[in-house]
Design a protein around this ligand. Sequence first.
Ligand SMILES: Nc1ncnc2c1ncn2[C@@H]1O[C@H](COP(=O)(O)OP(=O)(O)OP(=O)(O)O)[C@@H](O)[C@H]1O
Ligand SMILES: [Mg+2]
Length: 257
Amino acid sequence: MGYTIAVTGKGGCGKTTISGLMISSLIRNGMAPVLAVDADPNSCLDSVMGVTVHKSVGTVREEARKIAAANEVTGVSKRELLELKISESLVEAEDFDLVAMGRSEGPGCYCYANNVLGAVIREISDNYPYVVIDNEAGLENLSRRIVKSVDLLVLVAEPSMNGLRTVARLYDLALEMGIEYRALAVVVNRVRGDGVSAMADEVAQKIKADYTVMIPVDDEIAGYGEKGMSLRNLPVENIVVREVDRFMRTVMQRGEE
Ligand SMILES: Nc1ncnc2c1ncn2[C@@H]1O[C@H](COP(=O)(O)OP(=O)(O)OP(=O)(O)O)[C@@H](O)[C@H]1O
Ligand SMILES: [Mg+2]
C-alpha cells in the first residue's frame, strides 16, 4: 500500500479542504498518481478535486449483492464480481484517481462485502505512491477497518480551546479503538493571529504529535468553498496552498529518511 494519509476531525473544521490541498500538493511535488478516497458519505471531495463520482463503492456493493442474490452470477465468484464492480466506481483523472465509499452498512458491520472491499482497496492502492483518505467526522471509517493502519493520521482542529480539546478527545478515542498510525499531525485550520499557537503546541505535545501545522483563514479559500469551485484552480501563491505545500514537503522528506 502507498503512504497512507487519513484526515479526520470535527464536522466542518476543514477536513475536505485540507485533504484536497494535500492531494494537489503531492501531485505538484511529483507524486502522481495520488489515490483520493472520499470516505465521508456526505462529502464532496470529488467537486473539490474538480471531478464527478457517478457510483460510490456503497452503490456498487448493493448492485453486486442484488446480482448475486438473483443468481445471475455464473462462473464468477462473489469476490470477482465485487472486484469487477469496484473498478466502475473509480474516477480516473490525469494525475489522481478518486473513489468514494458512500454509505456504510451501519455501525459495527464487519460483513463479507466490506472485508472484500477493504482488501480490494488495499490492492488498488499498491499502484499509488500516496493515498489520501478524507474521513467523516469522528473515527468510524478507520474503526471499520477499511484501512487497517495509516502512515499519517491528520487531526484537523478548529482554532479555539474547544477545537483543540476535541482533537485531544479524538486522540484518546483513536487509542481506545486501537487505530494504528506511524505519525500524527495536528492541523489547526482557519487560524487568525497567533492566539492559539501556545495551546496548539501544548495539545500537540500531550498527544505526542509529530507535526503541528497552523493554516491561516483565507478569503480566497472561503470564496472557492462558497461557490463550490475546485481547489485545483487555486494559485500556488495562495497562503494556504503554500502552508499545505510546506507540510507535505516535510512529510515526504521524513518518509524518505
Ligand atoms: N483555511 C480556510 N480559510 C477559509 N475558509 C476555509 C478554510 N478551510 C476551510 N474553509 C471553508 O470552510 C468550510 C468547511 O470546510 P470543509 O468542507 O473542508 O470542512 P469539513 O471538515 O470537510 O466539513 P464536513 O465535516 O461537513 O465534511 C468550506 O466552505 C471551506 O471553504
Ligand atoms: Mg468534508
